[in-house]
Design a protein around this ligand. Sequence first.
Ligand code: SF4
Length: 366
Amino acid sequence: MAIREEDIGQMNAALKNRLLCLGIRAPEDVKTGRKAGAGPAGGKYLEVGESIVNAPIYGFSENSPISLDFFDGNYCLSENEDKCAAELIQEPSFYSEKTSDGILMKRIALQHGKHCLATTVCQKCLYWRKGNECHFCGIELSLKYDTTIPLKTPDQLTEVALRAWEERLTHCTLTTGTSSLDDRGARVLAESSRALKDNTRMEIHVQLEPVDRERIEFLKQSGADTIGIHVESLDQSVFEEKCPGKAHQWTRYWDAWKDAVEVFGDNQVSSYVIIGMGEDEETTKEGIEKMCEQGVIPFLVPLRPINGTKMENAAPPAPEVMLDYYSHAIGCMKVYGIDPQKNKAGCVRCGACSALGDFYEESHAL
Ligand code: SF4
C-alpha cells in the first residue's frame, strides 16, 4: 500500500504504522539526531497533520520504500509518485544553551516528539557491567558517543525543564538504567521527580523495572503522575533471552503493575511491549489482554534495531504484523475501559514511537 490520496495533509494510523516499521530514507543533512540511547533511538521526529512520529532513519530504513524529500520549499514523504506533506520538528533553542554549572543542556535532556522532555537520569546500567544488558538497548552507547553525562542532578534537570517549558514542552519522561539491584533506580527518579514537581509545572512520567509497593508509593509521593514498568516482551522465553539481566524479574511484573494501578490510578500505568523479537503470537495476545484487564496500557512498539546493540542486525516486524497486534490491543482496551488519551505524561501521551493511540482514536471516530 503506497501513500494514498487521503493521507495527504494528515497522518492516518496506517501510515504512521508503516513509518515506524519501515522507516524512511532521509537526506544526509537530516541525519543529525541521536543514534543511541534508551528507548527507540535512531529516529527523526516528523509531524504529519496532528500526529507526531519518531521515524527510523538509520540502518534498515535505508531500504524503505518511503523517502523524506525536500519539495517546493517543504518536506514531504514520498512513495513512488505519491506525496504527503510532513514537517520536520526542529530542535529547540535550549539545546545550544548551558546550565549554570556549564553543561550543554542537550546533554541533560532532549525534546521527544513535540511536547515531551525526556532524559535518562542515570545513564549507566549495571547489566552492561556484567555483559547481560537487554539486547535491544543502547543506553550506554550515548556515553560512548559522549552525547550525554552519566548522572543528571535534580538542579540540572530543573534548569533545563524551565527552559523547555518556555518552548512548549509540557511533560517529561524520566527513565533510568538499573543503577542498583536494591531500588532499581527508584531513588534517583524520585529525587528528579520531586525537583521538577516543586519547581516546574511539568507533568512527570517515570520508568523503571518492577519494584515493591513501597517504592511505587514513594515515586507517586515524589510527584510522578504516571509510571511505566516495562516488560518488553510478554513471551517469557523471549524476555529471558533478550533481557538476561532482568530475567529474574519475570514473575514480579504482574504484582508491580497491580500495585502501580492502585497507586497511580486508571490509565496512568503502562508498559512497553516490543513486537518483533521472536515472540509467540498467541502468548503475546493473551498477555496483552491480561494487561488490559489489570488496567495497564500495552504500549506496543515495533522492534527498532540500534547500531551497536546485540540486535543491530535484526529486522523490525512487518506493518501487517503490527496492525494485527494493534487491532487486538484496541479491542482489549475497549473491553476493559482503558483510554490512552487520559494518560497524563510520558510515552503514552507523547505517542511518537507507537501507533496505538492513533488507531485507538480512529476506532472511536468510526
Ligand atoms: S514515545 Fe515519545 S517520550 Fe517515549 S521514547 Fe518515544 S519519543 Fe520518547
